[in-house]
Design a protein around this ligand. Structure first.
Ligand code: FES
Length: 104
């Protein structure tokens, strides 16, 4: 699927992501600034925080319980659309998804 990240300064980065890869790995692979993924995707750092564009929230679903706890310690403000992008796995359904990268 195609994934687009919109940076805090308005710049956009888009990439094709292989199915099964998580969107933190994809961001790191495409040099998206401010998506760091310090813990490698094991839900212990919250440095992969993104805001899912409202139109896509239904398709990405809600954060799991552990993710929900980790979202309390993000550097940028938590919003209703906040997710840890290591917990969003690329599927065909997410083709065209747009994520906003917080300013950190
Ligand atoms: Fe650490 Fe997502 S990469 S919580």
């Amino acid at each position: 699927p195609k994934v687009t990240w919109i940076l805090a300064d308005g710049r956009e980065i888009s990439a094709q992501v292989a199915i099964g890869h998580n969107l933190m790995e994809a961001a790191v692979a495409n040099n998206v600034p401010n998506v760091i993924g310090e813990c490698g995707g094991c839900l212990s750092c919250a440095t992969c925080h993104v805001y899912v564009e409202p139109d896509w929230v239904a398709k990405t679903g809600k954060p799991g319980e552990m993710e929900d706890d980790m979202l309390e310690i993000t550097t940028a403000e938590r919003k209703a659309t906040s997710r840890l992008s290591c917990q969003i796995v690329a599927t065909e359904e997410l083709d065209g998804i747009v994520l906003r990268v917080p300013q950190i």
